[in-house]
Design a protein around this ligand. Structure first.
Ligand SMILES: C[S@@+](CC[C@H](N)C(=O)[O-])C[C@H]1O[C@@H](n2cnc3c(N)ncnc32)[C@H](O)[C@@H]1O
Length: 184
């Protein structure tokens, strides 16, 4: 009984984290921020050797920085994101830029693709927002063909966003005795 309620609480926390992501990425106009990340997407696509006809999936694609960088190189591209607003943004952007990217609403922890479906799996600042890294990595490897490449970017703890997160956590958790202490 104890085990099951612990399991339920963990499942609830995972679901809540995903809803929080969806709510956050449904606000405002993400396309302004995504311009700042575009150079990382270009670098990721080059680092993973994407060329014409490479089958690519961009996971947690936002409005499609990686997807479009791959499409410009002639790849066959699918893009996914858990947030419907991002999928719509990305679909419109792909049309505007004249690329036939397939867009789907999907959770990085449960990709709606068969095993070994892609040559390259990409995620720029995306995998890191799903709550269970081991599940995300498992999914990325499941949909990757043998010998394919997975490429992703993440914030570093000592970089601007890493330090901003620590600072925000200190203020957001003020007064909460159960909050995680980032210095511990
Ligand atoms: C910082 S943005 C990065 C977007 C894009 N890759 C880029 O480089 O601009 C993070 C994205 O992750 C998406 N996301 C968060 N959790 C997710 C999950 N579990 N599955 C799929 N996408 C997720 C958000 O909706 C958001 O679009």
């Amino acid at each position: 009984m104890g085990g099951s309620s612990t399991g339920d609480a963990a499942a609830d926390a995972v679901a809540a984290a995903k809803e929080q992501q969806k709510a956050m990425y449904s606000m405002g106009d993400y396309s302004y921020l995504s311009q700042l990340f575009a150079p990382s997407a270009e670098a990721l696509v080059d680092a993973t050797g994407v060329t014409a006809r490479t089958r690519v999936v961009d996971v947690a694609a936002g409005d499609g920085n990686c997807a479009l960088a791959a499409a410009r190189r002639g790849a066959v591209v699918t893009a996914t994101d858990i947030t419907r607003a991002q999928v719509e943004l990305g679909r419109r952007r792909s049309e505007r830029e004249g690329f036939a990217v397939t867009w789907l609403e999907a959770d990085a922890e449960a990709l709606p693709f068969p095993d070994r479906d892609f040559d390259v799996v990409l995620s720029a600042f995306g995998f890191i927002y799903a709550p269970r890294p081991e599940v995300v990595v498992g999914e990325a490897l499941r949909v990757l063909r043998p010998g394919g490449a997975v490429g992703f970017t993440a914030w570093t703890p000592e970089g601007y966003v890493g330090r901003l997160n620590v600072l925000a956590h200190e203020y957001l958790s003020e007064g909460d005795p159960d909050a995680h202490d980032p210095d511990s």
